[in-house]
Design a protein around this ligand. Sequence first.
Ligand SMILES: NC(=O)c1ccc[n+]([C@@H]2O[C@H](COP(=O)([O-])OP(=O)(O)OC[C@H]3O[C@@H](n4cnc5c(N)ncnc54)[C@H](OP(=O)(O)O)[C@@H]3O)[C@@H](O)[C@H]2O)c1
Length: 223
Amino acid sequence: MGQVPVYLFIGNGRLSRHLQFYFQQLNLQHKVWTRNTPLDTKDVTHVLLAINDDAIVPFILEHPEIAHLKKFHFSGSLSTELAWGAHPLMTFTHDLYTPEVYREIHFVLDQDAPEFLPGLPNPHHRLATDLKARYHAECVLSGNFTAMLWSHFFQVMEKQLGLPKEAALPYLKQVTTNLQGQNPLTGPLVRKDQQTIDRNLKALEGDPYQNVYTSFVEAYQKS
Ligand SMILES: NC(=O)c1ccc[n+]([C@@H]2O[C@H](COP(=O)([O-])OP(=O)(O)OC[C@H]3O[C@@H](n4cnc5c(N)ncnc54)[C@H](OP(=O)(O)O)[C@@H]3O)[C@@H](O)[C@H]2O)c1
């Protein structure tokens, strides 16, 4: 039988709190380090760097007491020989999720990582480090940027149009469902309704998202 892992989370931000919650459900031993507290590595086997991407390498270099321990980070774009990357392909806000959500998360693991996080039953896939930057750019485009688009829509609905956000939720739900099948795209770009596109762009005059619309039209035409 392998060694029983004892995890040490570095940081107590969004991702860290979600994973701590999940580790509790899995009965995985873990403790948490936060800034300005002593770093207790007693019995620790695995250090989990759940801090800002830019802080990961400096933290490892500034803490020689974790040099001998196995180290993982969760950044989708960072490649470093100092820690193995295990990127959860998911978005983590300040609210915790139901247990089933955590179990379904796929992790994208650095190609050269000798092991996946022991005790985690999640599916994982290996990715060459030179492909990570592209992989993460796609994650940001698809997940973070659509979140920006929908947040913008909800705000305009409520603040400028006097329409309830709830009115858009069935639309959002069906867009999400359609994306899981084939040919999810509808609308003026697909129909080539140029006059509608022109009206949309004119209506967005003065809104920072007018440029976003124009970029999407260009991307659609080029791809
Ligand atoms: N959130 C997501 O959806 C998501 C998804 C996949 C992967 N990730 C990855 O998860 C990691 C953490 O992201 P997050 O969204 O959880 O960030 P976050 O909510 O902003 O939390 C960041 C944490 O890092 C700590 N921290 C920042 N700089 C530090 C430093 N120099 N030394 C020590 N601690 C430091 C912060 O402590 P203070 O509060 O004291 O500043 C905070 O506890 C990142 O690598 C990110 O790429 C996040």
